[in-house]
Design a binder for this molecule. Structure first.
Ligand code: SF4
Ligand code: SF4
Length: 436
């Protein structure tokens, strides 16, 4: 029997719960009455505002400009009027200024048409990706044009596309691969033109067999030089380090980046955004969001304008069936709990979950029993139990010396701990305080 690849060290197998929404085709969220569009939707410095209260804005118009090398432009998702600029707190606790936009009642959106793109140089394509505000849509939100700039003297051996979507409940990427197969693949071929890799691989976990087939069919029909690689289901395979180990058997050394081992990694949602940016000149102004969890009346995959409030998505999905234990933005393993349904969808929002059991369950904490499960589960080869003890005793320098900064905050340690110790929260705190 053919061996299905995966990464070797650590990892866990949470119930994937994808059946709740993976049969739900992508639907467009009706335009909400108000959008909240933050200036910080990406990793790096917030964008600088280009508009003021009272200004009218056109759909796709730049309203915030990247303010440093690691930053990204922000565009209006609608034709409308800026009614306010106010401070908001995002699900990840970032406090940022945000435009409050009232969409025009008539024609708030526009049709995007194909623009000439065949003759574009690599620099022109990179400039377009930057100008369209594209960032990684898998959750990391790193500005994509920076990632795609291959420094002189470096070459790309492999372009590895992340179709893993290993977080439980999330099915947005799955639906995108299934329903927009051609656009995702064309986006990948545009990235290949910009980075000139020797090989191109899309890694897709084996619980998305229909998407794997759709990708393989379109690759074969077009003769694309792309390998669609099914991967064994294991969390956190969507992380760059684990994905490169699984697909090209490369390990990224501590403190290094994929390019240091000859790889460029990007998400399928980002490839789709790159297609829209280069072919349609459409900025990143909307995205697919999975709305799921046991407490939701119905589970959906919604294409929502950035700035739509979580409450709008939940209402369109039929509202809550009952009070959830917890709301999460993103997946249950790495996402952020939130308490305010007025927070907006931003470029990295892959899911809105209303959970009442599973990984979010509140359980009493007991003392460590030295079982070693957290150590076995850690995909980074760290010793979570020792790190947690050091952090608990405020011995941050000692924790740093034990490679605390290599922690990916994947949550595998917390998930496996029978004592229910909040290990990943300890790691996050230790990293923050240890850096000072
Ligand atoms: S959260 Fe950090 S310490 Fe815990 S398993 Fe993941 S990488 Fe290891
Ligand atoms: S899994 Fe929990 S109980 Fe077991 S060694 Fe790690 S911290 Fe201790």
């Amino acid at each position: 029997m053919e061996r299905i690849p995966t990464f070797s060290k650590g990892g866990v197998h949470p119930d994937d719960k994808k059946v709740l929404s993976n049969g739900q085709a992508i639907e467009r969220l009706p335009m909400p009455a108000e959008l909240i569009v933050p200036l910080s939707q990406h990793l790096g410095a917030p964008a600088s505002p280009l508009k003021q209260k009272g200004d009218t804005v056109a759909v796709g118009e730049k309203i915030g400009e990247a303010s440093s090398f690691i930053s990204a432009d922000i565009h209006s998702p609608v034709n409308g009027t800026i009614t306010d600029i106010r401070k908001i707190t995002l699900a990840n606790s970032v406090i940022t200024d945000a435009f409050v936009i009232t969409p025009d009642e008539e024609n708030p959106l526009k049709e995007w048409e194909v623009q000439p793109y065949d003759q574009l140089s690599v620099k022109e394509m990179l400039d377009i990706v930057k100008d369209m505000g594209v960032v990684g849509t898998g959750g990391a939100t790193f500005p994509t044009h920076v990632k795609l700039m291959v420094p002189k003297g470096k070459s790309v051996e492999a372009l590895v596309v992340n179709g893993v979507e290993c977080e439980p409940y999330l099915t947005a990427d799955h639906r995108l691969m299934l329903e927009q197969t051609d656009m995702v693949l064309r986006g990948i071929m545009l990235v290949a033109k910009m980075t000139n890799p020797k090989k191109i691989i899309i890694g897709v976990e084996n619980n998305k067999k229909d998407a794997i087939k759709a990708l393989k069919d379109v690759v074969a029909a077009n003769g694309y030089p792309i390998t669609v690689m099914p991967l064994k289901v294991k969390y956190p395979q969507g992380d760059e380090k684990q994905l490169l180990k699984a697909t090209i058997n490369r390990e990224i050394p501590s403190g290094k980046l994929p390019l240091d081992v000859g790889a460029v990694v990007l998400n399928v949602g980002t490839a789709f955004a790159i297609y829209e940016a280069i072919v349609l000149r459409k900025p990143l102004i909307d995205r697919v969001v999975t709305v799921s969890g046991e407490a939701m009346s119905t589970k959906r995959n919604l294409r929502a304008p950035l700035g739509a409030k979580v409450a709008d998505l939940i209402a369109f999905a039929g509202g809550l069936d009952h009070d959830p234990d917890k709301f999460i933005s993103g997946g249950p393993m790495m996402g952020f709990a939130f308490y305010d349904d007025q927070i907006p969808v931003i470029k990295g929002t892959s899911g809105i979950l209303a959970l009442d059991n599973g990984p979010s369950q509140k359980t009493p904490v007991s003392p460590c029993i030295s079982c070693g499960r957290c150590v076995a589960a850690c995909p980074m080869g760290l010793q979570p139990t020792k790190l947690y003890r050091l952090i608990d005793n405020r011995m941050y320098a000692e924790a740093m010396a034990m490679n605390l900064m290599d922690c990916k905050e994947c949550g595998c340690c917390s998930y496996s701990c029978p004592a229910h110790l909040p290990l990943v929260h300890g790691m996050k705190l230790g990293k923050r305080l240890g850096r000072k």
